[in-house]
Each structure stands twice: as C-alpha cells, then as structure tokens.
Design a protein. Structure first.
Length: 221
C-alpha cells in the first residue's frame, strides 16, 4: 500500500498539519492532527535584515545630532556676520541652520550604522575625514551662493568642530547615546548622559599619552 504524507499549513504561522493519504483510504482521508513547531526567525538587528544598511542610514536622519550640531556651529557664522547688519546676520544663521541640520543629521545616521564596524581604523578614517569633507564642501558652496561674509574662515572653524563632533558622536553612539530610531533612548535621557560622556571623551587623549609614557591610569570606562 502506498502512503502519501502531505504537510498543510494551519491558521497559526507556527502550526503545521500532517495529512496521510493512501490507497487503503478510498474516498476517505485521515483527520489531520497539529504539530506545534517553532520556525526559525531572522535576527532583526543583524545587518541587511531590514534592507540595505546604507539605505537604512540615509532614511535614519538623526535629529538629535542635527540639533546639537546647529547649537555648536551656527554661532560661528553668526559671529562672522554680526557686523554686516541684521539682514545678513539673519541670512547667515538661517543658511547654516538648514545646511548644518541636514548634513549633521544624515551624517550622524551613517555614523550610527557604522559605529561598530571593523576594521576600526577604516571606520575612523571614514567618520572623521571622508564624510565631513563631503559635508563641508556642500556647506561652503551654499554659503558662497548666499554670499555669507567671512565664509572661508567660518567654514574652516566649522570643519574643525565637525571633526571633533564626529569623533564624539562615534564615541557616544558606541555607548548607546544619541541614537535615533528604535535603537535610541529619549533625548532628555541622552542629554543627562552627555556631561559624563564628554568628560570621558576629553580624557581619552591624556590617558593615551600617559599610557604611552608608562604611567598607570584609571580605566577609561
């Protein structure tokens, strides 16, 4: 007697029915019985599960970093234009707010995506030089179009601040702060963490020098 086994999906995604059919069951079928089983699930946190990681980075505009970058870099252009009258002053502030907010938010999204990637030296090179260079070129071109006064020196200062902010963003994001989307905590919670993180970040250089000199120092945490 030939016996045929058919797998039939049930209403539950984890439920599968087995149906037995054979020549000895002419005109009849055995009543199916359920077998509960756990189907494998893909790790949603793994790279590439939710689509291309670069596409995700572009869509994950980091508004937290955008706000902080505007607060840090807009005053540079405000000082550069303060003696040119209220209209030029306001134009410089608005221009930098828009450009900086867009660049910093997109840039920080890429940093968030790459924060744990290896090799570390390549990630550091991309985060501190590659991405900021693209952003500063855009910034300079927009301020040239808007005829912002003293834009060259302002962009140079802004570039230095952007590089430091890039390193700090990377440091903070590796510790779960300033993350956007479902990975991040509330902005108020991040702000409470920033003073301690900033202090530890500023001590990284001195700690490294002391270690190179053979001095014992406390762990960086």
């Amino acid at each position: 007697m030939n016996l045929f086994i058919t797998l039939v999906p049930g209403n539950d995604s984890r439920e599968i029915y087995i149906r037995l059919e054979g020549a000895g069951y002419t005109g009849q079928r055995m009543q199916p019985f359920p077998i509960q089983c756990e189907l494998p699930r893909r790790d949603q946190s793994a790279p590439g599960v939710n689509g291309n990681s670069w596409t995700r980075a572009v869509t994950l505009w980091n508004w937290k970093s955008a706000v902080l970058s505007i607060m840090l870099r807009v005053p540079v252009f405000a000082v550069a234009a303060v003696r040119r009258g209220p209209e030029v002053f306001a134009a410089a502030i608005i221009t930098e707010s828009v450009v900086c907010g867009f660049n910093a938010g997109c840039y920080a999204a890429v940093v968030q995506t790459l924060r744990n990637r290896k090799p570390v030296w390549l990630t550091a090179l991309l985060i501190t030089i590659g991405l900021p260079a693209v952003g500063q070129i855009i910034e300079y071109q927009v301020h040239t179009w808007r005829a912002t006064p003293h834009r060259t020196i302002a962009v140079i200062v802004s570039t230095g601040l952007a590089a430091l902010a890039a390193l700090f963003n990377w440091y903070a994001m590796q510790r779960g702060t300033l993350l956007a989307g479902g990975e991040g905590a509330s902005f108020s919670s991040d702000l409470r963490q920033l003073p301690l993180l900033l202090g530890r970040f500023l001590l990284l250089g001195p700690r490294w020098l002391l270690r190179r000199a053979g001095w014992m120092v406390l762990p960086s945490g």
